[in-house]
Design a protein around this ligand. Structure first.
Ligand SMILES: [Cu+2]
Length: 163
């Protein structure tokens, strides 16, 4: 086996390990689940979502659903049918790509009037290891600088909390 193959396998193993170690499952709304009149922005505010994590929406399937929308759909509470609507009552959504993710409930006016809307920002996994100058400068090229500044600040404060 050539050394480049070994390196690739080694890196792939590291990524898999990192994913399994750091991947978290977030129950949206915690024990309240996905329901009326929960402040989901408050719920999401202190959480750091990273690629590989999963979101779980728990709800009564006859009363709610989950529609993945874009920013406009989120603001106007309009779900596009092309993305499909999740209706199982326990929808597990893997966060596979970094960026903003928007979810709303499509029942009645649950999104407009009853706060059933959630927006989160998923961070790339390259942000996960302990920050070093090299990691930070490399990562900042991959994301919008303002987002990265926010991320670094957020990560720094999390580290402070952990120490
Ligand atoms: Cu609903």
């Amino acid at each position: 086996m050539s050394s480049s193959h070994s390196t690739i396998i080694f890196i792939a193993t590291l990524i898999v390990l990192a994913t399994s170690v750091f991947a978290k499952e977030y129950i949206v709304g915690d024990e309240s689940g996905w329901t009326l009149d929960i402040d989901y922005q408050a719920w999401a505010k202190d959480k750091v979502f990273i690629v590989g994590d999963t979101l779980v929406f728990n709800y009564i399937s006859s009363a709610h659903n989950v529609i993945k929308v874009n920013g406009t759909g989120f603001q106007q509470c309009i779900g596009s049918s092309s993305n499909g609507t999740l209706t199982s009552g326990r929808d597990v959504i893997p966060l596979q790509t970094p960026g903003r993710k928007w979810y709303i409930c499509g029942f009645g006016k649950h999104c407009e009037l009853r706060k059933m809307k959630l927006v989160i920002t998923v961070l790339p996994q390259t942000m996960v290891p302990a920050p070093s100058p090299v990691t930070t400068s490399t990562s900042s090229k991959l994301v919008v600088p303002t987002v990265c500044g926010f991320v670094v600040a957020l990560f720094g404060s999390v580290l402070l909390l952990l120490v």
